[in-house]
Design a protein around this ligand. Structure first.
Ligand SMILES: [Zn+2]
Ligand SMILES: [Zn+2]
Length: 221
């Protein structure tokens, strides 16, 4: 975060205490909670509208300095944040069900991918693939350009993403893990998980660097 090296950690010992680790969360969807819930009790959102994915985890909450790191990665092309954040993702991946068998980076529509020059989710998958040996599936596409999700209500987000994803060719995974940078309402992951389940996945898990409960203001996602 400050640029000082540390021999074992991706973040130096001075910055580490400031990292917003997501310590208390819904055991189903990973949403940050204020207080620990009794075992088996899920967040209000999961109770009202159970997600199609089995489990979602994020090492961080979407706040400083992780939010700045993600924005720098995404909007300023600071790709060196990907391996650092990937180290924390890898630790979460180890706690996923042992049978997960592939990584699915959330695809960008080709127009946006071309303008940005990279897909941050693919960049985050690279260190995960190296650490875990899991394959990265790239046959999943965003077939419809979607408006940025920020500033939209939950219903608008759902509508915005309907039919957004498609799988090209057979899905060579039964237990894929979706990988993304930030999960907000989870609508992107819900729609992508539904697409994967329609194409033969048995169970879908989700891994994101950071988790926010309310849509972040101003910053375009
Ligand atoms: Zn530091
Ligand atoms: Zn939940």
């Amino acid at each position: 975060m400050c640029g000082l090296p540390h021999p074992d950690e991706p973040v130096c010992h001075l910055c580490r205490p400031f990292l917003p680790f997501n310590k208390i969360f819904c055991e189903r969807c990973g949403a940050p909670l204020d207080a620990r819930q009794p075992e088996g009790v899920r967040c209000a959102s999961c109770q009202a509208n159970p997600p199609p994915f089995t489990i979602a985890r994020a090492p961080f909450r979407y706040s400083f300095p992780v939010d700045s790191a993600i924005k720098a990665l995404k909007f300023d092309g600071k790709l060196y944040y990907a391996p650092a954040l990937g180290r924390y993702l890898s630790r979460e991946l180890m706690r996923m069900p042992p049978y997960v068998d592939a990584l699915v980076p959330v695809p960008l529509h080709r127009g946006r991918h071309a303008r940005r020059g990279f897909n941050q989710a693919i960049e985050l998958c690279r260190p995960l693939r190296r650490a875990s040996g899991l394959r990265m599936l790239t046959g999943v596409k965003r077939v419809r350009p979607t408006r940025p999700q920020s500033g939209l209500t939950a219903t608008e987000r759902r509508k915005n993403l309907r039919g957004a994803f498609a799988v090209r060719g057979p899905l060579r995974s039964r237990y894929p893990v979706i990988v993304d940078d930030v999960m907000t309402t989870g609508e992107t992951c819900r729609q992508l998980a539904l697409t994967l389940l329609e194409h033969g996945a048995e169970e879908v898990a989700v891994l994101s660097v950071a988790r926010s409960t309310s849509p972040p203001q101003a910053a375009a996602m």
